[in-house]
Design a protein around this ligand. Structure first.
Ligand code: TYD
Length: 216
């Protein structure tokens, strides 16, 4: 795969309801207003064919025999395949024009969500997931929105969306702890954990602060 030196690839991460979708849009809007010629918001699961299939799994429209969700290994492979497609079809073309891509989730989501749903020791699962993603382009910056599971649950409830796979409270508490510790799990990446609680504007200001620290 081509490694693109030009452009900036930034990722926002957090538990469900942490605000990654809103903050991704706001960061991209801000960069455009600042005069960045090409700034694009993308997301995972992506809007490509594999990402669309994954969304059907997450909403329970695709189930494994017995009516269960597919195993964590199957999910990790699907997310990794979607990621390669996302990089090739959406991220690389923007970076090669010298643009900025801000992705709502990337492989930190796989490390977090698939490891907590695995039936293996955490380190074994993490190694397995890292292997699957070892060819994925590295972000220049990952910003984690750190939000307590209860706050995120209240936000999801206020949005009134039907619950998806992984949204049960115990899982969200484990995910919040994992994300807080993400720099230890991805030691060679540039990761900033910021407080994701408070108003949308407050969090946006913190996201910009993290972005400016990395790209002065
Ligand atoms: P989410 O980002 O909340 O999208 P939407 O707002 O459209 O529902 O949902 C994606 C879900 O997929 C979320 O629960 C995290 C999960 N996920 C993984 O388990 N592994 C991954 O690698 C990725 C990218 C997402």
């Amino acid at each position: 795969m081509t490694r693109t030196a030009a452009g900036r690839f930034v990722v926002l991460e957090g538990i469900d309801g942490a605000g990654t979708t809103t903050q991704t849009q706001m960061l991209v809007e801000h960069l455009r207003n600042e005069g960045v010629r090409v700034a694009r918001a993308t997301r995972e699961p992506s809007d490509g064919p594999i990402g669309s299939f994954i969304r059907q799994v997450l909403t329970g429209r695709v189930v494994a025999p017995g009516g269960r969700a597919p195993a964590w290994t199957t999910m990790a492979l699907l997310f990794a395949a979607d990621r390669m497609d996302h990089v090739e079809s959406e991220i690389e073309p923007v970076l090669s024009q010298g643009g900025v891509v801000v992705s709502d989730r990337y492989d930190a989501s796989s490390l977090a969500y698939q490891s907590i749903s695995s039936d293996r020791a955490e380190d074994t699962a993490l190694d397995w997931i890292r292997q699957l993603n070892r060819h994925a382009l590295r972000p220049a910056l990952t910003i984690v929105l750190d939000v307590p599971a209860e706050v995120a649950a209240a936000r999801r409830h206020a949005r009134g969306e039907p619950a998806q796979l992984y949204e049960e409270n115990d899982a969200q508490r484990m995910l919040a702890a994992f994300y807080r510790d993400l720099p230890r799990h991805m030691p060679t990446d540039s990761i900033v954990v910021i407080d994701g609680s408070g108003s949308i504007e407050d969090v946006h200001a913190r996201v910009l602060g993290a972005y400016r620290t990395r790209f002065p």
